[in-house]
Ligand binder design. Structure first.
Ligand SMILES: NC(=O)c1ccc[n+]([C@@H]2O[C@H](COP(=O)([O-])OP(=O)(O)OC[C@H]3O[C@@H](n4cnc5c(N)ncnc54)[C@H](O)[C@@H]3O)[C@@H](O)[C@H]2O)c1
Length: 368
């Protein structure tokens, strides 16, 4: 195994997910890389201390430039969206390979600047989007790519949360336009719903959008009240294009979807077959087919069948942490030109296209 050193900029929720993923890297049975986190950057000393417990940290700093000037091979950047342009472009200009968290820029303009910096520097850079690594999503993508669905008739992609139903939940940077981005929930969750259709090579033209700001104020965490100005729920009605066929696609990104916790859904129906998968039922892959003249939606328990083999047998379940680890395995494998046909991480140009869709939805959308 080749040793790879990793620097983490942003030691919050997702930074810690990477650390946990690397902590159980031995679960992957054919990984040719052995990643090790040797540098961490966060403004919070408490969060840096969390990483220092790993015992592998050589650089612990609140200045991200110290990570970029260190000798790490790869940088993972998981900071609020208003910092993406500054830190991602600096990372590219420092010549470091990196995985940047979605949305890969605060808005379309920022993502364009990031993509230009990557193109100019020639560094290997990818955008985080782990849900398509779930076995059900992988099987759906395989079926569509192999033409098993015939002519596509319609599609739905959704990413749904509900914790914002609780109006006493304090404001965070994700609930403010100035730090989250102009598309609010679309900026935050859009990459999750656009990644698969973009990977399938579909064109996406936004026809209409319904954009709701449902909760206007939240506790500021200091006894007061703060304005909550982001779009909470967005439904985009689009036309997809695959080859010569056009079809409707509905995209939903919602923070207030009662009953849902990080639920990712994809359903695609064609003239020959259909596929449907939801992380709410992580093992269950649904397929539509005609059987002896009867219309059948069947359910197959896929179990834990991953693109990068692991010690977890197919009789077990696959979860969010597994998806994160599979995404990172793809990142390292692609960096070493060893992907061997497996699903690759989202590219900077896919992130740019996702921002273009969000931008279009903001322009044509009805705001409520
Ligand atoms: N892929 C996913 O499923 C997923 C899930 C959640 C968040 N995210 C993305 O991850 C990124 C971070 O989100 P999060 O939920 O981890 O946020 P978070 O608030 O938990 O963590 C962000 C961290 O960045 C630190 N930070 C802020 N300014 C900094 C600076 N100037 N230098 C260094 N560190 C700084 C904060 O102190 C904090 O610890 C965002 O881009 C978000 O969209 C992705």
């Amino acid at each position: 195994m080749t040793d790879v050193t990793v620097g983490v900029i942003g030691a919050g929720l997702m930074g810690q997910e990477l650390a946990s993923s690397i902590g159980r890297w031995m679960a992957l049975t054919d990984a040719s890389f052995a990643p090790r986190i040797t540098a961490v950057c966060d403004l919070s000393s408490e969060r840096r201390r969390w990483f220092e417990r790993l015992g592998t940290i050589e650089v612990s700093t609140e200045d991200y430039r110290q990570v970029l000037s260190s000798d790490v091979d790869v940088v993972y950047i998981a900071v609020p969206h208003d910092l993406h342009e500054q830190i991602y472009t600096a990372t590219a200009r420092a010549g470091k390979a990196f995985l940047g968290e979605k949305p890969f820029g605060f808005d379309l303009e920022a993502t364009q600047a990031i993509v230009s910096a990557i193109d100019e520097s020639g560094v290997f850079a990818r955008c985080s989007s782990e849900i398509p690594f779930f076995p059900g999503a992988q099987e759906a993508v395989r079926a569509v790519m192999q033409g098993e669905l015939g002519t596509i008739l319609d599609a739905r992609f959704a990413f749904l949360h509900s914790s914002d139903l609780d109006r006493s939940k304090p404001i965070s940077w994700k609930r403010r336009v100035e730090t989250c981005g102009p598309g609010g929930v679309m900026t935050d969750l859009g990459m999750h719903v656009f990644h698969v259709p973009l990977r399938l090579g579909w064109g996406i033209e936004v026809l209409a959008a319904h954009l709701q700001n449902i909760v206007h104020e939240r506790p500021d965490g200091e006894g007061g009240v703060a304005e909550c100005d982001t779009i909470d729920n967005a439904t985009i009605f689009a036309e997809g294009t695959a080859g010569d066929s056009q079809f409707p696609i509905v995209f939903e990104t919602k923070r207030i979807a009662p009953g849902e916790t990080n639920t990712w859904v994809m359903t695609i129906v064609g003239t020959e077959s259909g596929v449907s998968f939801s992380t709410k039922y992580p093992k269950s892959f649904r397929r539509f087919e005609m059987r002896a003249g009867r219309q059948v939606w069947s359910v197959e328990d896929l179990g834990s069948v991953s693109a990068h083999p692991s010690i977890t047998g197919a009789i077990f379940e696959f979860g969010f942490a597994d998806a994160v680890q599979q995404m990172w395995a793809s990142f390292f494998a692609e960096m070493a030109d060893d992907l061997a046909g497996r699903y690759a991480c989202a590219t900077p140009s896919e992130a740019l296209e996702a921002q273009r869709v969000v931008d279009d939805a903001l322009r044509v959308g009805i705001r409520r």
